[in-house]
Ligand binder design. Structure first.
Ligand SMILES: Nc1ncnc2c1ncn2[C@@H]1O[C@H](COP(=O)(O)OP(=O)(O)OP(=O)(O)O)[C@@H](O)[C@H]1O
Ligand SMILES: [Mg+2]
Length: 273
């Protein structure tokens, strides 16, 4: 990989990629007899768009769930900012600046877009009930700050026109965008996206690709992305991990991965949605 060292490097399109921010070391995750992840290691650099690809059931979502603290692997270590991460609950991982979207949309259908995006601010809401009772000013100031941050993200993702619409009434593509907005509301330093473009038409995919690139570029957010559409993966990502049956079968730049025989074999004849 050209010019890549421990300090980082600059991409062909001028983006700065930093050093390693997260390291997955020999991760193994079993569900009963199922080996969802089998002794996988890879790293994530600051500011990069890191894709995880592989056929259905390869273990991609499981890997994202390990990163987000939703699953604790039976073996292996997660090193975050140079330190071994102890076993953590998802909310603790979120507090460290790691936000995610889900493969199956998880929004409050009856609530408006604005209120759904506000739920992403929980990490920033510090004034507890007691503080609110005895010191109204602090709570009000926080509320104003949260509103402003959320409105900024709503503008950024171009969903102002639906901010008062209940999510349940939105088409699928826009729901996915609202989910991205909610994740961004947490102002994460690492954003985990599980198939953000699944089920979208070509135009919706182009929009989502542009937003992902803009988030990365404008906020410097590190992005870990699971995606089946190879065109999208090859266009967006700096580096790609390839999984198959719980194992890592490739890791490198899009070009390196595309020419990797094990990857080609795994994909031959495998249908994707
Ligand atoms: N909570 C669970 N309990 C039991 N088995 C699970 C669980 N989650 C995942 N698995 C199994 O682990 C394996 C990997 O699943 P995972 O969802 O990580 O795959 P994936 O690569 O995300 O697939 P897809 O592309 O279909 O989303 C599969 O065999 C799956 O059935
Ligand atoms: Mg999955």
């Amino acid at each position: 990989m050209k010019d890549m060292d421990t300090q980082g490097y600059t991409t062909a399109d001028g983006r700065k990629i930093g050093g390693v921010v997260m390291e997955m070391k020999n991760i193994t995750l079993r569900f009963g007899g199922v080996m969802a992840i089998s002794n996988i290691s890879f790293d994530i650099r600051e500011g990069e768009i890191r894709a995880i690809i592989g056929p259905n059931g390869a273990g991609k979502s499981s890997m994202l769930n390990v990163i987000s603290g939703f699953y604790n692997p039976q073996e292996g270590e997660v090193i975050y900012k140079g330190q071994k991460r102890p076993q953590m609950k998802p909310y603790q991982v979120a507090r460290q600046g790691i936000a995610r979207t889900f493969q199956n949309i998880a929004l409050f259908e009856g609530m408006t877009v604005l209120d759904n995006v506000m739920t992403g601010r929980i990490r920033q809401m510090n004034a507890g009930l007691l503080a609110q009772a005895i010191w109204k000013g602090k709570a009000e100031r926080e509320e104003t700050e949260n509103r402003e941050a959320v409105e900024k993200i709503i503008d950024f993702l171009e969903i102002q026109h639906i901010r008062k619409t209940p999510v349940g009434r939105l088409p699928y593509g826009l729901k996915k965008r609202v989910e991205l907005a909610r994740a961004l509301a947490a102002e994460p330093s690492i954003l985990l996206l599980d198939e953000p473009m699944a089920g979208m038409n070509v135009e919706e995919k182009e929009d989502m690709s542009r937003f992902i690139l803009d988030v990365n570029d404008e906020f410097g957010t590190t992005i870990v992305l699971i995606e089946h559409d190879m065109g999208v993966v090859m266009d967006l990502s700096d580096r790609v991990v390839v999984m198959d049956y719980g194992k890592k079968i490739g890791d490198g730049t899009p070009d390196e991965v595309r020419n990797n025989q094990a990857v080609i074999d795994a994909y031959l004849g495998v249908a994707h949605d």
